[in-house]
Design a binder for this molecule. Structure first.
Ligand code: ZN
Length: 243
């Protein structure tokens, strides 16, 4: 129930106590009477706090669900429990192009901090490995997994990653609807939000064939341009194309 001006009772008293714990100034009388001072203190609190999805609270002086949730954070923190970064994911991210490596690692840590269990399944993929994947389902057994030949994928230049969910059991999952951290938003969507927000292109936005686990950051270069640089030997000492 939303509490507002004129309401009285123990729930109002609780709001006043919480506002005081959050540093209401002047300190409120904890009398259970929702008067103009309580309303002003509540507005001030709302102006500087966020709901559980990170959106600023409405500054309306009414203690609705989201405001009460935010007020309660001091007492019962339900902030997401940070997840330990996955060693295999860190190792793969370290193979990214030097221009992307630090950023990708920082974003991955951000994802962990948000309590998401994510595994990076691929980052840099050598030309040789790309060829092997391309032959699968063509000259080699197995289903076709890619239409990209060596040098036709941004992975070949360390400019793309693939991810999936890493379940508590240690198994991996491509379930785009799972909400393992129970915050009302699919973990897949949260991961997509973090990377897209940092300017990465997501395969799920493609109109032809969607590639939901894939992100890339291309610096405006086509794979043809990257192949040309690679063929010309315009690379650093580790073999990454200079861009
Ligand atoms: Zn990919």
């Amino acid at each position: 129930m939303a509490l507002k001006l004129g309401h009285k009772g123990p729930e109002v008293k609780r709001i006043q106590e919480l506002l005081n714990l959050h540093g209401a100034s002047p300190k409120l009388l904890e009398d259970g009477d929702f008067g103009p001072r309580t309303q002003a203190a509540l507005r001030e609190f709302q102006a500087g706090h966020f709901d559980r999805f990170g959106t600023g609270l409405a500054v309306d002086g009414i203690a609705g669900n989201e405001t009460i949730w935010a007020l309660s954070q001091l007492i019962q923190p339900v902030a997401p429990a940070a997840v330990q970064p996955d060693a295999l994911s860190l190792q793969r991210l370290a193979s990214l192009h030097p221009k992307l490596r630090q950023e990708a690692l920082a974003l991955y840590h951000e994802v962990c901090r948000r309590g998401l269990h994510i595994r990076i399944t691929a980052a840099l993929r050598s030309f040789q490995e790309q060829d092997r994947l391309y032959q699968q389902g063509r000259t080699a057994p197995g289903p076709r997994v890619t239409n990209a030949k060596a040098g036709q994928s941004y992975h070949n230049f360390g400019l793309a990653i693939d991810f999936c969910l890493l379940l508590p059991s240690g198994q991996v999952s491509w379930d785009r609807h799972a909400d393992l951290d129970h915050n009302g938003q699919a973990d897949w969507e949260e991961m997509v939000f973090v990377f897209k927000d940092a300017g990465w292109a997501w395969g799920g936005d493609w109109t032809s064939i969607k590639d939901y686990p894939h992100f890339e950051k291309t610096f405006g270069l086509s794979t043809a341009q990257l192949r040309a640089l690679h063929a010309a030997g315009t690379c650093d000492h580790d073999g990454y194309v200079l861009i």
